[in-house]
Write a protein of this length. Structure first.
Lengths: 281, 704
């Protein structure tokens, strides 16, 4: 990057654990999507090829369930991390939920959403977003929703004998439909909306690697999260959150990984579009 | 009901007689029998007046004393005038109905069936033997029928005469509207057993709901609407002699069906019997279709009715395709395997799959009952008759048409050599072109991402498309996607996204209308562009800059080598680079190809009149493959150039306001930009854009 110099020190946005969890999530999510969709769209040629690569539908099933275990692991580790965060930095759950760094949507997100829509059509300035924008909060809770719906139905399908001790057998059919279509929604959402929000926005294009390095250039913080930036400056805590940037070899490796994930994600979207347009059953 | 009543009367009488046993009445009867019990006693007029006491007491009337019927006779000697004993005295109901019944009308009296009043036997013992005395033929048929067989086997469900004909005292002929066996009422009568699911299950009868289906059929509805001649159950199945279909004598046996239907449909059955199917049937070819194989059984619908197996929308796939795309039959009888798929791929088939009722189906060309092999001069698809057959829809489709095969698959399978050649050309061209585009763009994208060339840094803009260019481009923007969607909706009629466009196919086919309107818009935009270049001297420079030159080829090679890092020399372009030139000329070429082939298909009557059929097939193939190529070229080549190229992302806005961002031209098209700068045609932004280069508030931390 000859013109855009990497600032020697960068703002730390994500902790090490958060970054590791996100990488685990990417690996498990893409594995789940690929192995699951080969079954959902098993009537397309693509699915046959993919399933062959996985070693057949049965072994794809093992990959699917292993990835699901990783996903559950990520989810519960994050919950434990949240609990520790509360112990460490908050006196009560209330302050964790309602505090400025909280992921929980609030009234301000609504005004920012309206402000953003106005900005889209040129009716106002770009809102001064804080640490988490409304679309980031949406993405965050979408995962909770997905884990609950896809996770519960997935477990039902994994352990049908156990679950049918409590629920009627016909629920297995219902669970299949929910698991399959909710997963299609999740896949479609992550690989289009989430990818667009993080990688395809003109200021981020073609890719944003903050979630892997945990760091973002200060100018980006100022431009994209002005409210957080100003709060940090006002409280004088900005300096505490600045750290050395990673050396280029690290960022290059991260970029290579991210490109593979991005390419897989977009390929899955193309595959879904093809399957839905010309082969849907 | 009546039977129940009679039973009650009988019971009451029996009770009364038990109570009265050994009563004076019995003694009195002995007195009567003293004379009348002697055989051969005759009245003055010679009528027998004796009875057999044993038979009488064994009869149903055995519980009655003499005076209970012969009430007027009290003493001996008898009165001069002896009143006639009337059955109606006790059996009022039966007696009142009987005269109005058909039996009453033909002077059948009580005694005709019940016999001597002193020796009357129980009703149950009379049927069917007593009926058979007069109705010998019917009784014989019944005995041989499945119903009679069941009765003989002691099946309690087996019907007797009265099960179908109803109460014996009210029996009417089948021509009487009130008769239970009248054509109109027969479905109800048969339904009393054959609509009973337990009955069907008990007897393992696999035909579910035959009567209900019949009622919905063209026969059933005509019958219900008062057309007494319409077929009812017995017309097809017979009446007393009903036999199961597997019985060779059955009217509904496979081999007898044409004769059975021919009872009413005489001419059709005659035509059928001469046809290829009828001849095969006569030769006992087991798979040869008889009437019911195409028309169905109980639920026969008219050919114009929706859902009919022989309706325009269903006949091809559901009915003809049932055998003519069956692998086993194809092998066994050497039927041509591609008839149905080649039809399904043709315009006729595609439109029919989309719901059109007016396009040709199998029967439109091959006939209905009069189907012959194409070599037969009587065949509607015989070469000599094809102009007339096609002419039914395509007025004046001439002798040219018959040159070349009709059932041609444009995408796979056998075809005219030219069509085959076109197919192979495109099937090579498309992957090569698209593959080149994808590879070229991927390399370009990643090399630009890695090089991280600056973009939009000054916000300088240059005028790239003036109003006239933009008008032509807008015409294409609106018409091209419309053409793509409406065109592929024809090729993929079963897909969900095609359904809304095909909703009107049955009555008002708007898909084709939209497609052709969009085609007119596209052609008009192209003509507008050509006229614009012809008239505007200044803009003609555009054409000069667009002309391909040798440097474009070397540029392409240089870009790829530069992007792959094989050379450090950055390629420089003029006003238009090779990618834009390729796109421009490919678009014009594509428009010409699509217009020519599109017109051949649009004005198909003209085409069929003047050209052999393979010209239509070739036009269809070219139009389809060229459309595929054009669509993917726009998606891959054009959209990369104007959207996903990291240097122009998020979008080259020239098509909206005529201005394109000039910053990356400084590197790639320096001479072009310098010329524009000299002419003061480069606009610098009045204010910095919203966030792209926002300096942010002055802050000490900026220099951290």
């Amino acid at each position: 990057m000859p013109d855009r110099e990497v600032a020697p020190r960068q703002f730390v946005r994500f902790t090490r654990l958060q970054r590791i969890l996100h990488i685990c999530m990417i690996v498990s999510f893409i594995s789940l999507a690929l192995t699951g969709l080969t079954l959902k769209f098993s009537y397309t040629k693509w699915a046959a090829v993919l399933s062959h690569l996985f070693g057949g539908f049965e072994s794809a099933g093992y990959i699917h369930r292993s990835a699901a275990v990783v996903m559950f692991g990520v989810f519960f580790t994050h919950l434990v991390d949240l609990y520790k965060l509360k112990r460490r930095e908050h006196t009560s759950w209330r302050s964790l939920v309602l505090g400025p760094g909280s992921m929980v949507p609030n009234r301000r997100d609504l005004t920012e959403l309206i402000g953003t829509l106005k900005w889209f059509v040129g009716l106002g300035p770009r809102p001064a977003y804080g640490r988490w924008t409304y679309w980031e909060k949406f993405d965050y809770f979408a995962v909770f929703w997905g884990i609950a719906i896809i996770g519960s139905t997935g477990l039902t399908l994994w352990f049908p004998v156990f679950f049918t001790r409590f629920i009627p057998g016909s629920f297995l059919n219902v669970a299949t439909i929910i698991h399959s279509d909710e997963a299609l929604l999740a896949t479609g959402f992550i690989f289009t909306v989430h990818f667009f929000n993080t990688h395809l926005r003109p200021e981020k294009f073609p890719m944003d690697i903050t979630v892997f390095t945990g760091r973002m250039p200060l100018e980006e913080l100022k431009r994209d999260k002005p409210r957080e930036y100003e709060a940090l400056v006002a409280s004088g805590k900005l300096e505490e959150q600045m750290e050395e940037a990673y050396p280029p070899i690290v960022t290059r490796t991260i970029r290579a990984f991210a490109w593979v994930a991005l390419a897989l994600g977009f390929s899955i979207v193309l595959w879904i579009i093809y399957a839905m347009l010309f082969a849907y059953r | 009901m009546l039977a129940t009543q009679s039973a009650f009367v009988y019971l009451a009488l029996a009770l009364a007689s038990t109570l009265a046993s050994a009563s004076p009445a019995e003694k009195k009867d002995d007195a009567c029998l003293a004379c009348h019990g002697q055989p051969g006693l005759a009245s003055a007029s010679g009528k027998s007046i004796s009875l057999d006491p044993a038979k009488h007491s064994a009869s149903v009337h055995g519980i009655l004393g003499c005076s209970e019927c012969h009430a007027t006779i009290k003493d001996f000697p008898h009165p001069n005038k002896i009143t006639k004993v009337e059955c109606s005295t006790c059996h009022a109901d039966e007696a009142s109905h009987a005269p109005a019944s058909i039996h009453g009308a033909v002077d059948v009296t009580c005694q005709s069936c019940h016999g001597n009043a002193h020796e009357v036997s129980a009703a149950a013992q009379l049927v069917p033997a007593k009926c058979a005395q007069c109705h010998a033929d019917e009784a014989k048929d019944l005995r041989q029928s499945i119903h009679g067989q069941a009765a003989a086997a002691g099946d309690p469900d087996a019907p007797t005469c009265l099960s179908c004909h109803g109460d014996v005292h009210q029996i009417q002929t089948s021509s009487d509207a009130t008769s239970r066996v009248a054509r109109k009422n027969l479905p109800d009568t048969c339904a009393s057993c054959h609509s009973n699911q337990q009955f069907l299950a008990r007897h393992k009868i696999p035909f579910a709901h035959p009567v209900e289906l019949y009622r919905q059929s063209v026969h059933g509805r005509a019958q219900a609407n008062g057309d007494g001649g319409a077929a009812s159950c017995s017309d097809c199945h017979g009446s007393h002699g009903i036999l199961p279909s597997q019985d060779a004598r059955s009217k509904v046996n496979h081999w007898n069906i044409p004769a059975t239907c021919g009872q009413c449909h005489k001419e059709i059955s005659q035509t059928y019997l001469e046809s290829v199917h009828g001849q095969a049937m006569k030769a006992r070819v087991s798979a040869a279709p008889v009437c019911s194989d195409c028309h169905g059984e109980h639920l026969i619908l008219g050919p114009k009715e929706q859902g009919s197996l022989v309706s325009a929308s269903r006949v091809s796939v559901t009915t003809c395709g049932r055998c003519h795309s069956d692998e086993r039959l194809e092998l066994r009888y050497n039927l041509p395997a591609d008839r149905l798929p080649s039809y399904a791929d043709s315009y006729h088939g595609l439109a029919a799959r989309g719901g059109s009722q007016s396009v040709a189906n199998c029967a439109s060309c091959h006939g209905v009952h009069n189907i012959f092999p194409s070599a037969d001069p009587r065949s509607t698809v015989n070469a000599a008759n094809l102009p007339k057959t096609c002419g039914n829809c395509h007025a004046g489709a001439g002798g040219h048409f018959v040159i070349g095969p009709v059932h041609v698959r444009t995408t796979t399978g056998p075809a005219h050599p030219v069509v085959k050649w076109i197919r192979w050309t495109y099937l090579t061209l498309i992957p090569m072109t698209l593959g080149f585009m994808i590879l070229h763009n991927l390399i370009d994208f990643f090399s630009k991402v890695i090089r991280r060339q600056p973009r939009h840094e000054t916000g300088a803009r240059v005028s790239r498309m003036n109003r006239n260019f933009r008008i032509a481009h807008w015409g294409v923007v609106l018409s091209f996607p419309t053409l793509v969607i409406t065109g592929f909706a024809l090729k993929f009629p079963e897909e969900w996204w095609a359904r809304p466009l095909l909703l009107g196919e049955g009555h008002f086919a708007f898909r084709g209308l939209i497609h052709r309107s969009a085609a007119v818009v596209l052609v008009a935009s192209t003509i507008y562009h050509v006229v614009h270049l012809t008239l505007a001297r200044r803009d003609r420079l555009f054409l000069k800059a667009m002309l391909p030159v040798v440097k474009d080829a070397t540029d392409l090679v240089q870009v790829i080598t530069y992007n792959l890092g094989l050379t450090k020399i950055e390629p420089r372009f003029g006003k238009f680079n090779y990618a834009e030139k390729m796109e421009y000329w490919a678009f014009l070429w594509g428009t010409v190809v699509m217009t020519v082939t599109g017109c051949l298909l649009w004005f198909n009557n003209f085409t069929l009149r003047h050209f052999p059929k393979w010209i239509s097939d070739a036009a269809t193939a070219v139009h389809y493959y060229e459309a595929l190529l054009a669509t993917f070229s726009i998606l891959i080549w054009h959209f990369y150039m104007v959207i996903f190229d990291p240097l122009v992302y998020p979008m080259d806005t020239a098509w909206l306001n005529g201005k394109a961002s000039a910053d990356h031209y400084r590197h790639s098209r320096p001479e072009y930009l310098r010329a524009l700068e000299r002419a003061h045609l480069v606009e610098l932004p009045k204010e910095p854009s919203d966030y792209d280069d926002e300096p942010g508030s002055p802050d000490p931390h900026t220099k951290v």
